[in-house]
Every structure is written in structure tokens, then in C-alpha cells.
Write a protein that binds this ligand. Structure first.
Ligand SMILES: [Zn+2]
Length: 181
């Protein structure tokens, strides 16, 4: 349980929220959270039980609104999470690992760790790029969230797929409007 690059924490936050969208829930059992953590650079041993699963899901729902509320409210949510879960960062090289920063309480559960790291990651990202760079996909049938570090190119969609799908749909809507006119 450690943090490395700030980018990794932002990716962790985005991917965590996107484990539940309109698509089927991806975190159905403790093993799913374990796989998620391994895929995001955490190393063994990772053990979780049903309580951890519930806690991680609850943290996910507290992070989600950060992506679609106005900046002052999003900042308040992040500050609350940081106050509740983060500690003063400290360097550690425990168990022979390279020096790294810890931002969660020693012995934190995976849910508490995710709350501290994703909140700090998003807070750092918002401070660097503005809350406008944190968003939810504008496609009507998509609830995926994203971050956009390319400041001069505002982004509305989570992916090129959603962008082109929406463009095609609005083109068709316009065409059918013209036919009826
Ligand atoms: Zn989308």
C-alpha cells in the first residue's frame, strides 16, 4: 500500500469509479477488488473479505460525485475524504521496498487506503488542471468518468467511441427532423 506517481492515483480513482456504470457491476466479490488492485500496481499480499468489498464500494460512491458536481462542492468532498482518511505523508522503505510515500494510516484497510490515495490524487490533479478537466461522459447512455490533462482541448466524452456514437445519433436526429419539416 504505497503511492508512486500522481498519475497512478488519478488512474486509480477513475478506474475505481468506472467499475460501476451502466455496465454490470465489476466488483462482485472480494477477489474482484484483489484483481483490480493487482492490475493497478499493488503487490502481494492482498487479502480481502466481504467487509472490505462493501467498504471499497462505499468509498467508490463517495468519490463518484467529484466527477459531476460543481468545483466548490467537489473540493469539499475531496477535503472531507482527505481529512477522514489521509495522514501526514511519510517516507517508508519497509520490507526492503524502494523508498515511497505513505498517505494512509498504518494498518489501513484497502477501503481506507483507496479513499486516501484517490482523494489525494484527484485533489492534486484538480489543483494542477482545474475541475473542468475532471468529468463524466456526455453520451446519453454512458456514465463513465474521465480526466483530461490536455488543457487546451476540452473533452466531453470518455472515449472516441462515445464521441462518434453521439455525433452519429445527433446527425440522424437532425436528418429525421428535416424530413418531418
Ligand atoms: Zn462514454
Amino acid at each position: 500500500m504505497e503511492i508512486q506517481s500522481p498519475d497512478r492515483l488519478v488512474r486509480l480513482a477513475v478506474d475505481l469509479v468506472n467499475t460501476r456504470t451502466r455496465d454490470p457491476e465489476q466488483l462482485n466479490e472480494p477477489g474482484d477488488v484483489r484483481t483490480f488492485l493487482l492490475e493497478h500496481g499493488e503487490s502481494e499480499p492482498i487479502t480481502l473479505d466481504e467487509h472490505d468489498l462493501a467498504e471499497v464500494r462505499a468509498v467508490r460512491e463517495r468519490i463518484r460525485p467529484v466527477f459531476h458536481t460543481e468545483p466548490a462542492a467537489a473540493a469539499r468532498l475531496l477535503n472531507e475524504l482527505i481529512e477522514e482518511y489521509a495522514v501526514r505523508p511519510y517516507l517508508s522503505d519497509h520490507d526492503g521496498s524502494p523508498w515511497h510515500l505513505h498517505v494512509a494510516k498504518p494498518g489501513a484497510t484497502w477501503g481506507q487506503w483507496l479513499a486516501a490515495t484517490t482523494a489525494l490524487g484527484l485533489a492534486g490533479f484538480a489543483a494542477g488542471h482545474g475541475f473542468a478537466a475532471i468529468g463524466t461522459c456526455a453520451a446519453v447512455d454512458c456514465e463513465r468518468v474521465f480526466v483530461n490533462a490536455a488543457e487546451r482541448r476540452p473533452r466531453r466524452f470518455c472515449s472516441p467511441t462515445c464521441s462518434s456514437r453521439t455525433r452519429v445519433a445527433s446527425y440522424r436526429a437532425r436528418r429525421s427532423g428535416e424530413r418531418e419539416a
